[in-house]
Design a protein around this ligand. Structure first.
Ligand SMILES: C[S@@+](CC[C@H](N)C(=O)[O-])C[C@H]1O[C@@H](n2cnc3c(N)ncnc32)[C@H](O)[C@@H]1O
Length: 388
């Protein structure tokens, strides 16, 4: 393909004889791109022509030598690249802190072993970081915006706030000071903001998450930040597509927008690491409410998820849900995936033993770049179901 294009370019030059100095002046050759090192151009040229040719030649040498600088033609682009380098450094400073606490997941029955050099060498293939792993690192940085920055407010107001309001309404008869007696589980809690906000309202709140990306990052935000706007991150530097202003990619986010240590005294707030089905599959009737946000479509088998939610709720307990049905395992090779429609999910919930009491929709983006020209808007399904 490339050869073909070069060919076209040469023919155009020959045809025009435009002296546009894209090619060397030549009589004996139809074009000047393949001269040997000793080719003598002077034969038959007038002196002016020789001078012109010399200048032309030197300009081309100069053009080659300026390749690197001119590859980035626009000055704003060049400047932006310098700032991107600085932004990557700033993000990396936070990543270093995130990775400091590698022993937080140690527990008595399954300690997190360390890897020595030999182990690493033996397991090189398993340890190879692939493109999709790096995308997850970048996604984690963006998730900070959704959960813990001022910029994430629109998404939180669209989805988290109505869910929290519904929870408060459902337990309106319980005085605020006694909300600690109401146990709420937030499976698939990501970076923990929804679970934190629920605790902030005085409820006993437990987040559950199985991704180490999320767990390490939520540990950083919940346990290592001590004041608002303590850190600056640059979440949008990883894509230059659909950007309006040159500096939009450099939009910074200050985190956290609230102090995570500020929850009411005596409120129980915890994060539990592990697969939702594994951690809670054997529990029964421990929670007064389960709040699922952009979570149920992570199921391979939605029946298992709904049965577990049902089982862990006390009788009369509420399941508050909001999110799309973007089935995570659809089209994943060698994985079971049951992809139900919304109507089928609700039918299944009724069959399992829920009564759907409130149902609606709510529009929201998910980790969108506020300055971007492309935003996916989900028409999220929302409902409150009661265990009967
Ligand atoms: C789409 S994200 C939503 C995160 C958060 N609820 C929010 O609204 O931003 C789904 C989350 O569920 C987690 N997750 C998926 N399957 C899970 C499982 N089986 N057990 C626990 N967490 C799970 C993922 O790691 C991810 O953080």
């Amino acid at each position: 393909m490339e050869d073909h294009n070069q060919d076209l370019e040469l023919r155009r030059s020959q045809g025009s004889h435009s002296h546009s100095h894209d090619h060397a002046h030549s009589r004996s050759h139809s074009h000047g791109h393949e001269h040997g090192p000793n080719y003598d151009h002077r034969n038959g040229h007038e002196e002016d022509d020789v001078h012109e040719e010399t200048l032309h030649f030197h300009k081309i040498i100069k053009a080659f030598s300026q390749y690197k600088a001119s590859a980035i033609m626009l000055p704003t682009y060049l400047k932006r690249m310098e700032k991107i380098d600085e932004a990557i450094e700033a993000n990396y400073e936070i990543i270093k802190i995130i990775c400091e606490d590698q022993q937080i997941f140690v527990n008595d029955d399954r300690p997190m072993a360390t890897l020595d050099i030999n182990d690493r060498a033996k397991n090189a293939a398993a340890l190879r970081v692939r493109e999709q792993d790096m995308e997850k690192v970048q996604g984690t940085i963006k998730q900070f915006v959704r959960d813990w920055s001022e910029g994430g407010k629109p998404e939180r107001e669209a989805i988290y706030h109505p869910m929290i309001q519904e929870l408060k309404d459902r337990f309106a008869s319980v005085p605020v000071e006694q909300r600690g007696g109401i146990h709420v589980l937030v499976p698939g809690s990501g970076l923990g903001r929804l679970a934190f906000d629920i605790a902030h309202e005085g409820f006993s709140s437990q987040g559950n998450e199985f991704s180490y990306y999320m767990l390490l990052a939520s540990n950083f935000i919940l346990n290592k930040t001590t004041q608002t706007n303590q850190f600056k991150i640059y979440p949008f530097i990883h894509s230059f597509s659909n950007i309006v202003q040159p500096n939009d990619v450099l939009t910074e986010a200050k985190i956290p927008d609230v102090n995570p240590s500020e929850i009411p005294r005596g409120t129980d707030f915890s994060m539990v690491a592990g697969d939702f089905l594994e951690v809670y599959g054997q529990e029964a009737e421990n929670f007064d409410a389960v709040v699922t946000c952009f979570f149920i479509d992570t199921a391979k088998n939605i029946v298992d998820y709904l049965e577990t939610i049902y089982k862990i709720l006390k009788k009369g307990g509420v399941w508050i849900n909001a999110g799309p049905l973007l089935w995570h395992f659809e089209n994943t090779a060698n994985e079971i995936s049951i992809e139900l429609s919304l109507e089928e999910v609700l039918e299944l919930a009724k069959t399992i033993g829920f009564r759907i009491e409130v149902q609606g929709t709510s529009k929201s983006t998910y980790m969108a770049n506020p300055h971007g020209m492309l935003k996916y808007v989900y028409e999220c399904a929302t409902w409150t179901a009661v265990k009967i």
